[in-house]
Design a protein around this ligand. Structure first.
Ligand SMILES: NC(=O)C1=CN([C@@H]2O[C@H](COP(=O)(O)OP(=O)(O)OC[C@H]3O[C@@H](n4cnc5c(N)ncnc54)[C@H](O)[C@@H]3O)[C@@H](O)[C@H]2O)C=CC1
Ligand SMILES: O=C(O)[C@@H]1CCC=N1
Length: 269
């Protein structure tokens, strides 16, 4: 790939996406242009990969063919307005901000600019992200597949329409937090039963990883896979009954729904 790739913001997500792309070798460090006001972030990457660590977001925008804007939702409007004059006609602007619509982005960078909204998640840090991709009408199919190729470096991708991004945030953007709470709770229970804390995290996390892999690789219904674990008069069905009695599934659905609602509210601001 010969495009020059920019990153504005090198926090959790910007850093994870950039490192995943670099590790895949589809672009070299010299094709990367980055800026973060926190000086250590770019410098560290520069030492390891010889990327171009620039002094401002504007400079990154000027140099890039594709620019990831990976800053918090409350600063993205200012950043986009600041870089607008530096963008070329064909520069693709990628935003990963939750609750910031293509319309809001276009208001800052211009309605004819190529814009892609992406919703990743933190498993990007270990190349196991799930990213949704939503292009505006200015982006060609060829450009979309370039963006998809870049994001496939950090995990899986699906193209979705913009009205579904709030649901994606519930299902995969925010849900790692819920999954970590579940793992922590599984481990707490196991510690109560005598396992060491360290072993409890390993057993619990591997059970979650393996269950997700089993679902994805067999394509079986989660209910069928649950039934495979529940022996008649066995141990598992006892726990299943407690989770049902305590409203486990309903609590998870409510949590996802609350996440979706918040994302919708943010998009209206
Ligand atoms: N953390 C998560 O699980 C996910 C986050 N997102 C989205 O990703 C975006 C970034 O989130 P995180 O990486 O978690 O945040 P973060 O706080 O780790 O990173 C933000 C980075 O932006 C930098 N920054 C601040 N002002 C800047 C400016 N004017 N120009 C350039 N850089 C600037 C900060 O120094 C920081 O390194 C947010 O919009 C969030 O909605 C999306 C999906 C998942
Ligand atoms: O909580 C947040 O705002 C971000 C968006 C998706 C995950 N974390």
């Amino acid at each position: 790939m010969d495009q020059r790739i920019g990153f504005i913001g090198l926090g959790n997500m910007g850093n994870a996406i950039l490192q995943g792309i670099l590790a895949s070798n589809i672009v070299s460090g010299t094709q990367m242009y980055v800026y973060d006001p926190h000086p250590d972030k770019g410098q560290m990457l520069n030492q390891n990969y010889a990327i171009n660590n620039l002094d401002s977001a504007r400079e990154v925008a000027r140099e890039s063919d594709i620019v990831f804007v990976a800053v918090k939702p409350n600063v993205i409007v200012d950043v986009l307005s600041d870089i607008q004059k530096e963008l070329k006609k064909n520069t693709i602007v990628i935003s990963i901000a939750a609750g910031v619509t293509i319309k809001t982005i276009a208001k800052c960078v211009g309605y004819e600019q190529k814009i892609v909204r992406v919703m990743p998640n933190t498993p990007a840090l270990v190349n196991a992200a799930m990213c949704s991709i939503t292009p505006n009408t200015e982006v060609t199919n060829e450009e979309l597949s370039v963006v998809q190729q870049l994001l496939n470096c950090i995990g899986e991708t699906e193209v979705v329409s913009e009205d579904l991004i709030d649901a994606v945030i519930g299902a995969s953007g925010s849900s790692p937090a819920f999954v970590f709470m579940f793992i922590e709770a599984l481990a707490d229970g196991a510690v109560k039963g005598g396992l060491s804390r360290k072993q409890a995290y390993k057993f619990a996390a591997q059970a979650v990883l393996g269950s997700a892999k089993l679902l994805l690789e067999t394509g079986k219904h989660p209910g069928e896979l649950k039934d495979m674990v529940c022996s008649p008069a066995g141990t598992t069905i006892e726990g299943v009954q407690i989770l049902e009695a305590k409203g486990f599934r309903s609590a998870v659905i409510d949590a996802v729904e609350a996440t979706i609602k918040k994302s919708q509210i943010m998009a209206k601001d």
